[in-house]
Design a binder for this molecule. Sequence first.
Ligand SMILES: Nc1nc2c(ncn2[C@@H]2O[C@H](COP(=O)(O)OP(=O)(O)O[C@H]3O[C@H](CO)[C@@H](O)[C@H](O)[C@@H]3O)[C@@H](O)[C@H]2O)c(=O)[nH]1
Length: 341
Amino acid sequence: MKTVALVLAGGIGSRLYPASRSDRPKQFLPIGGDRSLLARTVDRAGFADETVVATRPRFADEIDEHAPDADVLVEPDGKDTGPALTYATHRIRETYRDTDEPLVIVALPSDHHVGDDATFRETMIAGARVAAETDRLVTFGVTPDRPETGYGYVEPGGAGDAAGVEFHEVATFHEKPDAETARAYVDAGYRWNSGMFAWTPERFLDAAADSSLAPLVDALAAGDPESGFDAVEPVSVDYAVFEGAERVAVVAADFAWDDLGSWDALDRVLAADDDGTVAIGEYAAVDAADNVIASDGKHVSLVGVSGLAVVAYDDHVLVVPKDEAQRVRELVSLLADRDAF
Ligand SMILES: Nc1nc2c(ncn2[C@@H]2O[C@H](COP(=O)(O)OP(=O)(O)O[C@H]3O[C@H](CO)[C@@H](O)[C@H](O)[C@@H]3O)[C@@H](O)[C@H]2O)c(=O)[nH]1
């Protein structure tokens, strides 16, 4: 088996505004560590034989700074993960066309926190084996501890075994449910889709050809990626492919994991002070507890407030209740309309 780690580094990461901005997306930030999330992801991808970083044209020149040794693939346009993964899978298949071994792509987001690199690596190899042996699309499923609405949910079906690796069939896949539905899924034993996947190029391109991405698959086969991108709408792989796909397996991802999707996530990945506050940067607090504070060097002071995220980067300041931190996405739409994101 030959494995290619495909690191997706073309997203915007809008919910971490104002640390992330349109010209400084989340994957380039050193959140929770000394190096950028992208650089740490590429290190972690060392389990694979090759590493490819895929991005949209706008960020093409910045990848080298974070991943100097990786191959870079630039898709013709930024149209979310559905088109990006279809394009990259096609290109990787072309590149390794002459390889005798079965080829498996392990797709990795570039902006996640992983707490246990050794278990991560073992799990990715195990999932790649399932993809190669069973010709299924593989997702890595995390056991949920809350009804998160920012994730996809996987309903496990019958159990299977491939080359000694346990997996479950995916009975159904549901992307980003509302809060009530998410609660029902957690109670019913569904898993979170981690956004990490494994597949053989043939299996993925077949599934994409059965989806709204079909015009892109056809155009790629005809050697015309640009018109293929013009022919499809922006769509994530979860909505376009996984919600409707057959022959999907889930492999358990039993390592500490967080997608750092919004400011309240810092509570889960950084150590808290005595008052329950987590902070990136200096702060002072009087009668204030359980806050998330982040800044690029500005000293932040709080009096008499709790449960807030207070974030100051460049000349932008954000204050939001932690339990509404997902709504920063709404704010960013407003700011983008004013050219202020
Ligand atoms: N190359 C490229 N990469 C992209 C693009 N858009 C997004 N990405 C990258 O793809 C990854 C995932 O994209 P997100 O947009 O952050 O996905 P999400 O909303 O968090 O949802 C996905 O991940 C969740 C877990 O974090 C899953 O639960 C959910 O089902 C889904 O797979 C990130 O690393 C992001 O940088 C694009 O147009 N091009």
